[in-house]
Design a binder for this molecule. Structure first.
Ligand SMILES: *Cc1c(COP(=O)(O)O)cnc(C)c1O
Length: 408
């Protein structure tokens, strides 16, 4: 997005703010769709834990997307945003059987990744078709915090347990209608992904009445200039060809599903915050912004990199800054960054702030969560108001202990 647009949006708000570029979301959606245009029946289910504002969900739906959810609350948000139950898939991990039953009763496709739950569910509801999430034991990403397909992962049913799954299916008479995998968050190597896909195909052949195969996500987006990203086009070409051959062997044209989060929204997002103070120490120049990990925790939580620029002085001479927040704990957004000269009051823009940023925000230090704006077709739509003091206290209950303490 243009600095001038970001600047004018910031000028209309007090606190820090998230801005999302609708056109970028649309462009990514179209890119993925085009990469798999050779697949007759393609389904893209947006993984809404990345960014779950109901207007974003509505935009996704308008683009033709389905929805991937991990909690009953996300399902409810999806329905509120206009999705039909049949456009939603529920892919939870470690939630209660009761929650799964409630979501199933809404008519949402359920994906189960645990043998115990599969058996309980199949025994009670043999008529509800279920997708199973397998763990192919392949690590597609590099960072073990965000790779979920490896051997010690809590996600998925190990492929070595497929015989057990088959026995549960036989004993309960339940119907497995899909097989799913989600191997991790950063696909750098397409060959590794295709290797995991082979394992999914092998497993799928053991189930006779499937409707779809779900390849999850893990598409990598660039965070720094020159970063490698998943070559979606190459993946599309290779997987489409292989998928066709699989369908021939299987004897039925299945649906191919993906559930991208980051790929669709990461680059569309900007986080904007003002500089409260520039503080020089013996070795470092700190730029202290009007925010902290209460608003954007990814750099502190798992070391993710967000490019930071000074949109108030874009042509200024570049200097080195360590950008930190106002939280009373170490909250470094970026160390030793080359940024155009910063004065107090300048607005800094953080890139890649679309995925896992607002959705991880909290009220730590009793700060408000920021406003969100969706920029679409030249218009800034406010899609979430900044919180206020009332929001902070509305669920708290004030009990006056004065008398009790004095009576003691
Ligand atoms: C989080 C998640 C995704 C989305 O992952 P991205 O890396 O954001 O694309 C997809 N599927 C499942 C099951 C997830 O938990």
């Amino acid at each position: 997005m243009k600095d001038s647009v970001l600047k004018s949006i910031t000028a209309q708000h007090n606190g820090p703010i998230y801005v999302y570029e609708g056109a970028k979301i649309q462009q990514q959606y179209t890119r993925l769709k085009n990469a798999f245009s050779g697949v007759e029946s393609l389904r893209i289910n947006y993984a809404c834990k990345a960014l779950s504002n109901i207007s974003i969900l509505n935009l996704m739906r308008s683009l033709g997307s389905g929805l991937d959810t991990v909690s009953i609350q996300e399902v409810q948000l999806g329905l509120k945003a206009g999705f039909r139950a049949e456009d939603i898939i529920f892919t939870p991990n470690g939630v209660s059987i009761e929650e799964i039953e409630q979501v199933a009763a809404m008519g949402v496709q359920i994906n189960i990744d645990n043998l115990s739950i599969l058996e309980q569910f199949g025994t009670k509801h043999p008529n509800i078709p279920i997708c199973i999430r397998i763990n192919p034991h392949v690590m597609a990403g590099g960072n073990s915090n965000i790779s979920v397909g490896h051997i010690d992962s809590k996600f998925g049913i190990s492929i070595h347990q497929t015989p057990h799954v088959l026995r549960i299916v036989e004993n309960t008479g339940m119907h497995i209608n899909g097989v799913h995998m989600h191997t991790g968050s950063d696909i750098l190597d397409i060959e590794v992904f295709l290797y995991a896909a082979e394992i999914l195909f092998d497993t799928a052949l053991k189930f006779k009445d499937l409707d779809f195969l779900d390849f999850g996500s893990g598409f990598k987006v660039p965070y720094r200039p020159g970063d490698i990203e998943t070559n979606i086009e190459e993946l599309g070409e290779k997987l489409t060809e292989r998928f066709h051959r699989f369908c021939e062997t299987y004897g039925k044209d299945l649906e191919l599903a993906f559930e991208p989060g980051k790929f669709l929204v990461s680059e569309a997002g900007y986080f904007l915050t003002k500089v409260n103070a520039v503080k020089q120490t013996t070795s470092t120049v700190f730029a202290q912004v009007d925010s902290g990990f209460n608003h954007l925790i990814r750099p502190m939580l798992y070391g993710s990199h967000h490019e930071i620029s000074n949109i108030s002085n874009p042509k200024g001479k570049e200097r080195f800054y360590t950008v930190v927040g106002y939280i009373c704990e170490t909250d470094t957004f970026g160390s030793n960054r080359k940024i155009a000269e910063i004065s107090e009051g300048d607005v800094l823009a953080f890139k890649n702030a679309g995925a896992y940023c607002f959705t991880m925000a909290s009220n730590y230090n009793s700060r408000f969560r920021p406003a969100e704006v969706l920029w679409y077709e030249g218009e800034a739509h406010l899609i979430r108001k900044e919180e206020n003091f009332e929001d902070l206290v509305q669920n708290q209950i004030l009990i006056d202990f004065k008398e009790k303490v004095e009576a003691n």
